[in-house]
Design a protein around this ligand. Structure first.
Ligand SMILES: Nc1ncnc2c1ncn2[C@@H]1O[C@H](COP(=O)(O)OP(=O)(O)OP(=O)(O)O)[C@@H](O)[C@H]1O
Ligand SMILES: [Mg+2]
Length: 429
């Protein structure tokens, strides 16, 4: 598995799979419960206030209806008794006050309500209704019913008693929700026990398989490199040596041909011998290039930085339509051979892809050592491609596998519309 390179505050990365699973299961339930409780608390508060307002209005109207006689007659004992009875029966009434038509206070009685009263009060007019009957005593022109406001009755309520009652109901809900949550948590905990064990076992098996695969890849890569070296050696020692000998022989034939008669035959033999010598030289040069490609001994001689710079220089010389550049840290010495060969091969394949597919105008290789890792980026401004689509080649897959075999990370980004491809690898040192 590729190593994640980004950090940040992520405490859950230290949690076990079981803890994560429990959090994933329980967190939404807790969130839902909290949302429900909050909603329930708010609606209960609103309910209590609405109920208080309704009661206040009804009481004010009812007491106003009973106050007409007291105001008209100026005798308040009966009304006081009635109001006291009402105050006694309802603990939410804070005060009842009676005013005359000019709003001068006539009576004020306080209830047994606790807590601060509401700011608003509920008021109802005290009206005197007179029904006139057409007699000689009736004032001239007066008939039917007249209504006159003779005073006002105000009721002020205190919400605490109602809110406390609602709060008690809310606490019961809270308790039930907590018990439900605890039950849910306990159940999830119990159920996750076996799951965690089998998951841990599967994960361990997966990790072991992954480690084994990396180990195998490393061995394969080492074997491939060794095989390449031995082929390079064969070509160098056998084929190239024979080609050198063949070229020398051809040159000697050309020299001997000068003494041959007639001169026309001598010239023909000389020309053919020179052709053989030229062909042998061409083959020899191809053989040398092949040897260099198969066995980057330049790595041993120049180190990773020098070898990659040399490779980039060769690409720059042989592909004039694209500018190749290399930027590398000074501090790239002492890198383990396994890491160096992987980095070299990745750069080699990425650059080969640039010339094979990208039709780029610029290509850059950047190498740096940072935080115990070797970072390499190969970027071009070519056509780009759809990296998610299935492809025939094995170059990119090979790069990825090589990097992963060393526990490194591999990232490829390419844009087939805007163009450009960027490969970034990081190898632990
Ligand atoms: N730098 C690039 N720019 C544009 N296309 C690219 C680039 N690199 C890769 N590709 C595309 O991705 C494909 C896969 O690349 P990959 O290196 O895996 O295979 P290949 O180069 O076609 O064959 P080989 O197996 O010889 O490497 C290429 O065929 C090409 O279409
Ligand atoms: Mg390729």
């Amino acid at each position: 598995m590729a190593r994640a390179t980004s950090g940040g505050w992520r405490p859950w990365r230290r949690w076990s799979t079981r803890t994560r699973l429990l959090v994933i299961t329980i967190a939404p339930v807790v969130a839902m419960c909290l949302a429900f409780l909050w909603y329930s608390y708010q609606s209960r508060q609103q309910e209590a206030r609405a109920e208080l307002a309704e009661r206040g209005q009804v009481l004010a109207r009812m007491l106003a209806d009973s106050s007409e006689y007291a105001i008209v007659s100026g005798r308040y004992e009966g009304l006081q008794r009635t109001i006291r009875d009402v105050l006694q029966s309802d603990a939410a009434i804070w005060q009842v006050a009676l005013f005359d038509a000019r709003r001068r206070p006539l009576l004020r009685l306080s209830g047994r309500a606790v807590g601060a009263p509401e700011r608003r009060y509920y008021e109802a007019p005290v009206v005197k209704r007179v029904i006139w009957i057409a007699t000689s005593a009736a004032p001239a022109g007066q008939q039917g019913m007249t209504i006159e406001t003779v005073g006002y009755l105000q009721v002020r309520m205190a919400p605490q008693a109602l809110l406390t009652r609602q709060a008690h109901r809310f606490y019961v809900e809270l308790l039930v929700a907590c018990a439900g949550l605890l039950l849910c948590g306990a159940l999830a905990f119990r159920l996750s026990q076996g799951f965690d064990t089998s998951l841990q076992a599967s994960l361990a098996a997966l990790r072991a398989a992954d480690a084994e695969k990396r180990q195998l890849l490393r061995r394969v890569n080492t074997a491939v490199e060794a095989e390449r070296q031995s082929i390079a050696l064969e070509i160098h020692d056998e084929l190239n040596a024979v080609l050198v000998a063949a070229r020398l022989e051809a040159q000697r034939i050309a020299a001997l041909a000068r003494d041959v008669h007639p001169p026309a035959l001598a010239q023909d033999i000389g020309t053919r011998a020179q052709t053989i010598a030229r062909l042998a030289l061409g083959l020899y040069n191809s053989g040398r290039a092949l040897v260099r490609r198969l066995r980057p001994e330049v790595l041993d001689m120049l180190g990773l930085r020098g070898a990659v710079e040399e490779m980039v220089r060769q690409y720059e010389d042989s592909h004039p339509d694209c500018r190749f550049a290399c930027q590398a840290d000074e501090d790239l010495d002492g890198i383990a051979p396994e890491v160096a060969i992987t980095a070299y091969r990745v750069a080699q394949e990425a650059l080969s892809n640039v010339v094979k597919h990208a039709r780029a105008r610029h290509a850059h290789v950047r190498m740096a050592r940072r935080g115990g890792m070797l970072h390499i980026e190969i970027e071009d401004d070519g056509t780009g491609f759809d990296a998610a689509a299935r492809r025939e080649g094995i170059g990119i897959a090979g790069m990825r596998e090589r990097v992963q075999a060393l526990d490194g990370s591999f990232a490829l980004a390419s844009d087939p519309v805007a163009g450009g491809t960027r490969i970034a690898i990081a190898l632990p040192l």
